[in-house]
Design a protein around this ligand. Structure first.
Ligand code: ADP
Ligand code: MG
Ligand code: ZN
Length: 460
């Protein structure tokens, strides 16, 4: 059988709010267990939720960034189930009336742009976290509720993805989008972005969907790809041996590199959703939505196109610069200081990004306007490219202004002919043989002679 892979992702993104969705508890990462809890997020009887306005603003931004149709009225719902990390016995989420429907995200797979349809975006609260002693005698389990009640959005895609690589690319592109919108920090190690991957296979050319398996709570790009690959292989073998794929929820074991069944369709929860009686419907007025839409920043793909069309960058350079919102911002600030976009782009791509190797840009002492200043010094002929490169390494960590550093170190380029003449003469005199060859027509020797003079002058 010629297999086609079909994948739809459900992505949970933690919104960048200082406090939780329905109470004032802090969302800061890394606090002592249960230090960030109160009667509301612990679900004490009689406590009442109060909606965090900032969470709504961020959820709306995310949905608009994904080009969704926005609801004018969203409704909160209780999703009922029992689990130790869920103190209320239900999660407050949105069911039949989410804040947003029908968006899309453009991804590029193997050089081909592709639009992945977004089914819906809804808001919900996170659960707590179970912590287990590992295999020691008398092992115990604990619950940390710090994360319980944190504001999330869930972004559900249509089953439009056709390979594990496409799924990983979708997740990366979505993360980039959420970071541009300043909605989610995208920190997968801290659990700010997690995904469930729904995977099925079918005969190539078929138009009906195969039975899906849902792979739960994957928290890295690498694992998404590995889990899907394993799952596709497993399902292919099931079909090849005449069996049927069972609709299941499975978990990816990153140690064993396999997926393991958690529950089957028959054991699936009936969540008994019903409208949350403690919260009124969420009304999103036209004025509020319009204001939010108008305040969206320029998004990655639009930025990339503008860099090419307006600033004359190559496709490749534009793509590298927009990869990370912080880098794009840095680039724009440097160009604002010195409008030679191509040269600034080269410096960022070939020197800066290579030098900092993934360190966050805000830890770099050389600020964007200073990089602009450095490029300006080259462009007006105050320093040579070679001096600039040597200086760059130093400025990166010192933060000294380039112009001041050039003056302090006496690096200014010598352009005064009368000062250069003696230097040139002495080099020519010391290389009579090369000079003779040059005179005899070997004009390519010029570069060699210039190089010697450059060296003599200390690059100035
Ligand atoms: P549930 O809560 O049961 O997981 P959702 O509607 O939240 O349901 O999510 C279903 C996800 O599964 C969507 O991302 C959808 O694109 C995907 N999906 C649905 N059917 C298939 C299928 N046959 N193969 C792969 N993915 C599928
Ligand atoms: Mg699901
Ligand atoms: Zn609380």
């Amino acid at each position: 059988m010629n297999v086609e892979v079909v994948i739809g992702l459900e992505v949970h993104a933690q919104l960048r709010t200082a406090s939780k969705l329905f109470c004032g508890c802090s969302t800061a990462f890394g606090a002592a267990p249960n230090a960030q809890t109160c009667e509301i997020c612990l679900g004490m009887p009689g406590s009442l939720p109060a909606l965090n306005a900032q969470a709504v603003r961020l959820a709306v931004r995310a949905s608009q960034g994904l080009g969704c149709e926005m609801a004018s009225r969203a409704q909160w719902a209780r999703k009922n189930y029992f689990y130790p990390d869920l103190p209320k016995g239900y999660q407050i989420t949105q069911d039949i009336h989410p804040i947003a429907l029908k968006g899309s995200l453009e991804i590029v797979v193997d050089g081909q742009p592709q639009r992945v349809r977004i089914t819906r975006v809804h808001m919900e609260e996170d659960a707590g976290k179970n912590v287990h002693d590992d295999g020691v005698p008398g092992a115990r389990s604990y619950v940390d509720f710090n994360r319980g009640g944190t504001a999330l959005i869930e972004i559900v895609s249509e089953p439009d993805l056709r390979s594990s690589a496409a799924a990983a690319t979708y997740l990366k592109t979505l993360r980039q989008m959420l970071r541009y919108l300043d909605v989610c920090d995208g920190n997968m190690e801290e659990g700010s972005l997690r995904c469930d991957a729904n995977v099925s296979i079918r005969e190539a050319g078929s138009t009906t969907l195969g039975t899906r398996v849902e792979l739960k709570n994957i928290n890295s790009f690498r694992f998404v790809q590995a889990a899907i690959d394993y799952e596709v292989e497993r399902q292919t073998q099931v079909l090849a041996s005449g069996g049927k794929v069972e609709q299941q929820t499975r978990t990816y074991d990153s140690q064993a590199k396999t997926t393991r069944a958690m529950r089957s369709k028959e054991e699936a929860h009936d969540y008994r959703y019903f409208p949350e009686p403690d919260l009124p419907d969420l009304l999103l007025t036209d004025a509020f939505l319009a204001q939010s839409l108008a305040s969206l920043p320029e998004l990655p793909q639009a930025k990339q196109r503008r860099y090419v069309a307006q600033l004359g960058l190559s496709d490749y350079d534009a793509k590298v610069l927009i990869e990370d919102a912080e880098v794009a911002q840095y680039f724009e600030a440097a160009v604002a200081a010195h409008p030679n976009a191509k040269a600034v782009a080269n410096w960022i791509i070939n020197e800066l990004l290579r030098e900092i190797k993934g360190r966050p840009l805000d830890q770099i002492k050389l600020r964007a306007p200073q990089l602009g200043e450095l490029v300006a010094l080259i462009d007006v002929g105050d320093i040579s490219g070679k001096v600039a490169k040597d200086l760059f390494a130093e400025l990166l960590n010192s933060g000294e202004a380039p112009r001041a550093a050039v003056a302090r170190l006496g690096l200014a380029q010598v352009s005064d002919a009368s000062a250069l003449a003696p230097l040139v003469s002495s080099v020519l005199a010391a290389n009579a043989e090369s000079v003779a060859k040059y005179r005899a027509g070997r004009t390519d020797i010029l570069g060699f002679l210039v190089g010697l003079i450059m060296k003599q002058s200390g690059g100035k």
